[in-house]
Design a protein around this ligand. Sequence first.
Ligand code: ATP
Ligand code: MG
Length: 588
Amino acid sequence: MSSRASSPLQKHTVLGTYWMLSKRHPWMFSGVMLTMSLSEVFSIVIPLFYKHFINALVTGNASVHLLVVLILLAVACRAVGWALARVNGTFVALFEPRVVVEAEHLALRHLLDHSVRFFSDTFTGSLVKQVHRFSDGYKTIIENISWNILPILIDVICIVGVLFVRSLIIGAVALVWVVCFSIVNVYITRTKIELNRERARKGSETSGALADVLSNHLNVTLFHAKDRELNYVGRIHEEWRKICQKSWLYSVGGNALQNLLNLITELVVMIGAVFLWHNKQLTVGDFVLLQSYLLSLFSRLSNIGMVTRNCYEAVIDAQEMIDVLNASPDIADVPRAKALTVKKGGVEFREVSFQYHQRPILQNFSLTIAPGEKIALVGPSGAGKSTIVKLLLRLYNLTNGDILIDDQSIGQIKQDSLRDAIAFVPQEAVLFHRSLRENILYGRPDASEAQVVAAAKKAHCHDFIAALPDGYNTLVGERGIKLSGGERQRVAIARAILKNAPILVLDEATSSLDSESEALIQDALRELMQKRTSIVIAHRLSTIRQMDRIVVVEHGHVTDTGSHDELLKRTGKYQTLWGIQAGSFAAT
Ligand SMILES: Nc1ncnc2c1ncn2[C@@H]1O[C@H](COP(=O)(O)OP(=O)(O)OP(=O)(O)O)[C@@H](O)[C@H]1O
Ligand SMILES: [Mg+2]
């Protein structure tokens, strides 16, 4: 089943998604929660033993045996609590990394379903950060629930319960304090949400800007623009700093208010306890119990502000990724789409209209390519040639019209089967930061070493690969940066040769090559084109003379079509372009 069909995420919330990920491992998840809860219960019981211990000491008639038993019980409880905490750590170690990996996989699987338009509108750097925030958010929440929220809940319920049993008044004061503290906490945290949301937005903007500047390092150097870029990033950083500062100051104020509440409670409870002791309603042991419970609650609850804020922040940080995941991919298969079957390889553009962000590029573009025909698309820069082939690959949806392959509309068939049927060498060949072998094998992962080498030879990249110290194992650098433009293109051509698809599309595929390599590749491509429908886009008109038909595209329309010789005879764009290029050949 395809990843699109198995999408488990439809309009999920952050917590809903985290819950969905957690419950895939019910035993480990329960183990984490249960061990922590029990460990907490054991630590709450300890002061009860010490209360009896102190009371026995104060009355003066306790047996040593009783005192030793009480100490042993307290120490045993502490030991069991610690042991449970270690078991909890083991469960967390087994559970958390597993879910974090699954969260990142989930994000990646959904991201890869998004269209070219989505990726051209979103910075890759900021997407990477969003994926990490999504998985880090899970860590923050699960750790805070297990190590803070759950113990706090158990502490509050048990301690307030014990205090009620000991003295209704003290129990009531403790309860009122917990309620006030929680209300203040919710209020502060809620107010901080907006600030933190803004902070996350600015944070993403900052990473996007950093990634943009770093990936344009060459441009920055060539245009001597370091200071300009530092200023540009500095301005975005400054906005981020201001929002962070505001958010921090708000936390400081909130913490101060909660500390004040704690002080007031300690004062009221301890003075109240003194009066109760005076009236013989409390023992000395009760004082020890009260003091230790109050301190434990204060230290636990002083954390809760930070804990809730951490959790809120994690949720807000993860929200950006959830929004991306919830957005349906703008290019999706229609229900029950069939796989494309290519028997002959005829292609028809039928009155195709297309616009990028409201900007019309193609209007009623029609072109029929016969099975096995080799056509060249030529025309001025920006005419829409690359767009035409991207539409054939359904990297974008059409605004109007239809594109058919062997009479099957590409909008009605499975996208994967469409792309399997087309070998495409793009204008900007981008490679994975993997070995050359893996990059070539990308065209057909099950190909043998001999087939890889044969394809590389046909694309005339075998010689330069073999001359590298690591040969086919050489890593090509991020996006293939360690290769020259021509080498990268030849590797992309080898990849297309290996793919051996019935339709071939080359977008300026030989533009970065010197004349000699280009001539060699032309031979290879001619051979490759023999058995298949081919669409070649080229600026260098000398390279396309052998095509069956040349189609001149201007402003998104076909303005002329014919063979090289026919077009040369007519006054038109082709003649002008040819005239300019022939002139430049003559001049060089
Ligand atoms: N992702 C995009 N978003 C918005 N506009 C785009 C996008 N890609 C291309 N365009 C615009 O669409 C128009 C056609 O672009 P296209 O790349 O198809 O031209 P082309 O004929 O291949 O040009 P060239 O010969 O320079 O490669 C151009 O004006 C370009 O600015
Ligand atoms: Mg182009």
